[in-house]
Design a protein around this ligand. Sequence first.
Ligand code: 5RP
Length: 234
Amino acid sequence: MEASTAEHLKRQAAASALGHVQNGMVLGLGTGSTVAHFLELLGNRLLTSELKDVVGIPTSNRTTDEANKAGIRLIELGDSSRIDLTVDGADEVSPDLDLIKGMGGALLREKMVAQSSDRVLIIADESKVVDWLGTLSPLPLEVVDWGIRGHVQFIRDWGGKASVRMTNNGEAFKSDNGNLMLDCRFSGGIKEPAQLEAELQARAGVVESGLFLKVADLVILGTDSGPREVDRKP
Ligand code: 5RP
């Protein structure tokens, strides 16, 4: 997919997500280029007072900057007893609406905000849809740097290959929390995502994984024929 087409479809999904935002809502604000469109469009609606009294909880320094620029009032996680709706992007979306997230490096805060939300709405262009998780995107893991080679071996035992994410400057990428990211590639996809997630959650030194299973309630995909909403099946 050409970059300009992808941007158009991301914006389409972001614009459609605005239809789920109501006055007075507390919103979780995800991270990434699709969310950036949503923040800009939300800011416009607040500026024209088509939407009022909306506050956001950002999941990254990047989103904090973009939301501030868009004029969205921000609070922190815990300032409100509830989050009505979180709007976030994804790197992969499976037919069951399970996700891989974290290529933007914000998966820990994204998962923390998502699990405190009444509803989680994912916006993405249709190229993110996969038949099986792990076939398009690597699986990102946020890890502490001490003992990192143990996680590389653990992923190898799962048939994958983990590499430390680097910046364009050739330095190890650090998340907003100061941790490293391991990007894990699995040829043919992740065989048993739920089992892998359970083992990662039990594994000391893995701060969080980019498997977001049963997290999304609704996905809006930007497609050539217009936005397509897919609800989680009960
Ligand atoms: C950040 C994420 C992003 O939501 C994900 O990487 C999708 O980003 P984009 O909208 O730029 O494709 O998980 O940690």
